[in-house]
Every structure is written in structure tokens, then in C-alpha cells.
Design a protein around this ligand. Structure first.
Ligand code: ATP
Ligand code: MG
Length: 556
């Protein structure tokens, strides 16, 4: 018990304190409140793991609530994508799927309540005047000339706003708080605006829409959310949310803020991601270069690796940027256990065993050295093979231990071979290696007594399958594109490399869509939905080199 206490994050500490004090009868109820204006990214995944994770840990509940107060940017496509992503991550909201738009009528009633108690007024000023009268944080704001309208007049005007009697932008409803407050959010914030826009759920029923700040906290109260967890930028909105709770006498949800997750070499705002999608710099929201959950899924990340990453990152109180290599490390850790090993050659070079005259044979190769239960498979072997072009060097330095003229290597799971002849075309380009093999050196029954320094992978030529490999690199070429206004300038032009002529062992002819593979030396891969066209297409999930573990070793 003592031990597990030490590892509590600050929100868990608050919750355990609340449970001890019997606050809300010891009830824990959180929510994840996405705005359906884009696909979820890895930052949202952090928030999902936190909110749903707390509910699981404290036997409470977590709601899914779509914060759909802005009809201009929201869409049902995003609602469906968000649900798919949360389920894929392994979380469930049972029947507690809510929409802020379901509460429009109640929010409207809350607004009337404020009007009737003299705490809200209709302002006819232009949005420019409203902004300029607010002034800056170092000086007091100036009250609007409409601020002291009597409640009855405000009520009539607000009802007429709802009835569609006024043009868009001509009036707003504002809270009457304090134009001199050092907190700008308390300087009579706008609560409702007129907007003749169709909403993805309520259609044309409404022509006034609540502002996010008026909707968000009240939705929490309506749902009886005990711990309303959000990111730091809402810290100074909290006094406003608490003002609403007091003035309306509604359930006192309490807000707690934690630091946004930022990841190096990518941007994490839906607005920015939408721009990248709309300008065609990637294929779509699920392009494997994107930091979205849909993209990670397509690329081959597993839900477990993302959940594990979220827990490694922890819950911070200060903004920071997490190294992308930590996420990749977490992905490798999981895939190492579950990925089936296969041999694929990305840039094939023909290799002929001139002294190997058999019809061919089968060699046994293990499916996953990390998991004995995965067994082994038979792989075709013959005199006609492909090896990786970079595994041969004609004028090799002495520290090059792979294949060179006169040199020896082991072919994985098969024989030791010697390179006897390099065949070139008329342009001097190497087209084939002619080698011989040592029959006594067969893997599993090697009695050749020969030691070689290197083992290389290969593919049998006549049974090989043509496959396409998509190799991804960072989306941005700078570590913190978020900090740059012109972030689009820093998109990495080499974020995708396609190997169209790769050769794979026969078993990859029909890859399992949900199977994760490790292609020996090349990395972890997963088949892409584009495969349907005939040639199997594989996305590289992540390379094998663990930059994070390496940098850890250095500092340890
Ligand atoms: P974005 O700017 O990316 O659109 P957002 O905060 O506007 O982010 P919402 O859909 O409003 O996106 O967010 C839903 C929930 O996810 C909120 O509670 C928000 O605080 C949380 N969230 C969003 N981005 C991150 C992040 N980078 N790290 C942690 N939580 C996040
Ligand atoms: Mg938002």
C-alpha cells in the first residue's frame, strides 16, 4: 500500500483525499470532452487514458461527451472517428455518450436564470467595440452602454435573439461580472452569439449558440462530474466556471489542470493538423505520418503501447515536450513480444549458389525468438536467392563483415556461403553474385567448424512475393514545430520513402491484416489497407534501433 502511494500522480492524490473525506459520497466521475472538429491525436490519447483510467482505478464512471457547441467546424465524421479511436484504445463509456448540444435547452434556461437575477445582459455593441472596451490586463475595462438594461428588457431581447429576429453578429448575451477584474475572462464574457448555421445534430433548431466557456462547466455539472480534468490553458477560466456554479446554484464540479502532452517533431493542434490535411501534405487524417490515433493504428502501433506510453509520461503540472523516441520505445517493447519474424529484402540483389544443385529444400526458421510458443516455419531455399544489396560491398573496408568478394557469411537459417564472382551489366552495375555453399554448415546441424562474423537475411527467388514497403520518417524536420508560427515551412520533405521492388518470403503473399511483423533488420511492419490492389503493401511501424534506450544507457 505504501509503495503504490508513492507512485500516485497529483490527481490521484486529490481523488484519494476526496474519497477519504467522503466528498460526493466518495464518488469518482470523470469525462472525456472532445470537440468533434478533427481526429484525435496522441495528446487526446493521454487525456483518454487519464480520464477513463481513473474511473477504472477508483471504480467510478467516465462519460464521453462531445463538446459540440460550434456548428461551423464540427462534423459527424469526426464523432464516429473519435468513438472508434477510444474503443480501439481499450476504453468504454457504456451508455454514457452525451453531446453538449443535447443540453442546449438547459443551457438556454441557465442563461435566462442569469438574466432574471440581473447577472447577464444583451449587448448590442459590435464585436470590435466589445473587444476594445475590454482593454488589456494592465488597465481596467470600460462598461458597455447596454450593461444596465433591466432584466425584463434583456429577457425579451434574448427570446427574440432565439426567435431569429436579429441578424448574425448584431447582439450577444454577456455575463455581468466585473469589467475591472485582472482576470480577462471575468470582464463580462460573451455567453451566447447569433449564428445562422446548421448544426450537425440540432439542424436549424437554433440560431443562437452558447460559447464554449458557458457550455463546458455547466455540462459537467449537469452530468455530476466530480473531477473535471483539463489542460493548463483553462486554469484561468476556472474562476469563471466557479462563478457560474455559484450564481446558478448547480452541482459543484471541480476542475483540475494538467500539462498538455507535446511530442517532438510534430504538431498537436487539430487546427494545425487540419491545415496539413487540407493542403495535401499528407494523404489524410490517418496518413501514418500524422500524430493521430487513426494514423498510429494504421502504421501498426498497438493500443497497449500507447497506454503504456501515457503512463510513462505521467501527469505533469508544467508544459514540456516529450521525446518522440519514448513513444517509439514503448511501441518496440510491445511489438518485440508479438511480432512474427519474416525475411524481406528491400533492395534485392540476385545471388546464385552455383554448387547447389538440389531442387531446393525447406529450412526451419523461428517465428519469434521472444516467444517460444510461436514456433517455427518452413522457408523455401534454393540456388536462386535475393539478398539485400547493401549487404554486399565490392571494395569493402576491413571492418565490413557482411558479404564481399572472397568473403564468407551465413545465410540466416541455412548455410555459410563464399562469394566467388561478381557479375556486372554493361554499365558496370552489379546484377548478380555467384557464390558457393558449405554443405556441412547447415543451421541446426553445423559441423563445419567454420566461424563467420555475420548472418544476413535472404529470400528464395522463384517463390518470392513482390511487396511494397512504406518507410516513414518524422513529419517535421525541427524538434519543436509547435513554437513556430510558420510551422508549415518545416515539414520534412523526406517523411515517406517507398520501396516498390522489395521481395518477401512466400508466406507474406496474403498478410493477416491484424498481424504485426518484424522484417529481419528492417523494422516492424504492418500491412496497409492499400494492399487490396494486388501487391501487398506494408507500413513500417518503427525501425529496430531504439534511440531512447540508447540515450538512457548513456546517461545511466
Ligand atoms: P486541439 O487544440 O488539439 O484541438 P483541444 O483541447 O481543442 O485540442 P478538445 O477536443 O477540446 O481538443 O480536447 C478534448 C480533451 O482532450 C480536453 O479535455 C483537452 O484538455 C484534452 N487534450 C487536448 N489536447 C491534449 C494534449 N495535447 N495533451 C493532453 N490532453 C489534451
Ligand atoms: Mg478545443
Amino acid at each position: 500500500m505504501e509503495d503504490s502511494k508513492k507512485t500516485l500522480n497529483f490527481i490521484e492524490e486529490i481523488i484519494e483525499e476526496d474519497i477519504r473525506n467522503g466528498k460526493h459520497g466518495g464518488r469518482v466521475h470523470t469525462r472525456f470532452p472532445p470537440e468533434p472538429n478533427g481526429y484525435l491525436h496522441i495528446g487526446h490519447a493521454k487525456s483518454i487514458c487519464l480520464n477513463f483510467g481513473l474511473a477504472v482505478k477508483y471504480k467510478g464512471k467516465a462519460n464521453l461527451r462531445f463538446d459540440d457547441t460550434n456548428p461551423v467546424t464540427e462534423d459527424t465524421e469526426y464523432v464516429e472517428a473519435i468513438k472508434t479511436d477510444i474503443r480501439w484504445l481499450g476504453f468504454d463509456w457504456d451508455d454514457r455518450e452525451y453531446f453538449a448540444s443535447d443540453y442546449f435547452e438547459r443551457l438556454f434556461q441557465f442563461a435566462l436564470q442569469l438574466i432574471d437575477s440581473g447577472k447577464a445582459y444583451v449587448d448590442d455593441s459590435s464585436s470590435e467595440d466589445i473587444a476594445s472596451l475590454k482593454k488589456g490586463p494592465t488597465e481596467s475595462g470600460i462598461e458597455s452602454p447596454y450593461r444596465n438594461r433591466p432584466p425584463e428588457e434583456n429577457r425579451q431581447l434574448f427570446l427574440r435573439m432565439r426567435a431569429g429576429e436579429f441578424p448574425e453578429g448584431s447582439r450577444v448575451l454577456r455575463a455581468k461580472i466585473d469589467m475591472t477584474s485582472p482576470n480577462m475572462h471575468l470582464r463580462d464574457p460573451v455567453l451566447y452569439r447569433i449564428l445562422y448555421k446548421e448544426h450537425h445534430r440540432t439542424g436549424n433548431k437554433w440560431c443562437i449558440y452558447p460559447m464554449y466557456d458557458f457550455a463546458h462547466g455547466q455540462c459537467d455539472s449537469i452530468e455530476g462530474i466530480t473531477h473535471s480534468i483539463c489542460t493548463l490553458e483553462f486554469e484561468n477560466h476556472k474562476p469563471l466556471y466557479n462563478w457560474f456554479i455559484r450564481e446558478l446554484g448547480i452541482f459543484p464540479s471541480q476542475q483540475y489542470e494538467f500539462a498538455r502532452l507535446n511530442l517532438s517533431y510534430t504538431v498537436m493542434s487539430k487546427r494545425k493538423l487540419l491545415k496539413i490535411v487540407n493542403e495535401g501534405l499528407v494523404e489524410g487524417w490517418d496518413d501514418p505520418r500524422m500524430p493521430t490515433i487513426a494514423a498510429f493504428r494504421r502504421k501498426g502501433y498497438t493500443p497497449a503501447s500507447i497506454r503504456n506510453f501515457a503512463s510513462l509520461v505521467g501527469v505533469a503540472k508544467r508544459d514540456n515536450v516529450i521525446d518522440l523516441s519514448l513513444l517509439e520505445h514503448s511501441v518496440r517493447e510491445d511489438l518485440n513480444k508479438i511480432a512474427l519474424r519474416k525475411m524481406v529484402v528491400k533492395d534485392p540483389l540476385r545471388l546464385t549458389l552455383t554448387d547447389y544443385n538440389q531442387e531446393g529444400e525447406q529450412v526451419e526458421i523461428e517465428n519469434n525468438p521472444e516467444d517460444e510458443s510461436s514456433g517455427s516455419r518452413s522457408v523455401n531455399f534454393s540456388r536462386n536467392l535475393y539478398i539485400e544489396r547493401e549487404d554486399f560491398m565490392e571494395n569493402a573496408p576491413s571492418n565490413f563483415f557482411r558479404l564481399k568478394p572472397g568473403g564468407m557469411v551465413r545465410l540466416k537459417g541455412a548455410y555459410i556461403i563464399i562469394c566467388n564472382k561478381v557479375v556486372k551489366d554493361t554499365q558496370g552495375h552489379i546484377v548478380e553474385l555467384q557464390c558457393s555453399h558449405i554443405p556441412e554448415s547447415r543451421s541446426g546441424s553445423d559441423h563445419s567448424g567454420i566461424k563467420v562474423k555475420s548472418t544476413i537475411h535472404w529470400v528464395e527467388a522463384s517463390t518470392s512475393v513482390d511487396v511494397e514497403l512504406r518507410l516513414y520518417d518524422r513529419l517535421f524536420s525541427v524538434e519543436d514545430p509547435n513554437s513556430k508560427d510558420d510551422f508549415m515551412q518545416f515539414i520534412n520533405p523526406d517523411s515517406l520513402k517507398i520501396e516498390k521492388y522489395a521481395k518477401a518470403e512466400a508466406s507474406l503473399m496474403q498478410p493477416e491484416p491484424d498481424q504485426h511483423y518484424q522484417f529481419v533488420r528492417l523494422g516492424y511492419f504492418k500491412s496497409d489497407p492499400d494492399s487490396k490492389s494486388g501487391v501487398p503493401v506494408f507500413n513500417r511501424t518503427v525501425t529496430l534501433k531504439d534511440g531512447w534506450a540508447k540515450s538512457k544507457q548513456k546517461t545511466d
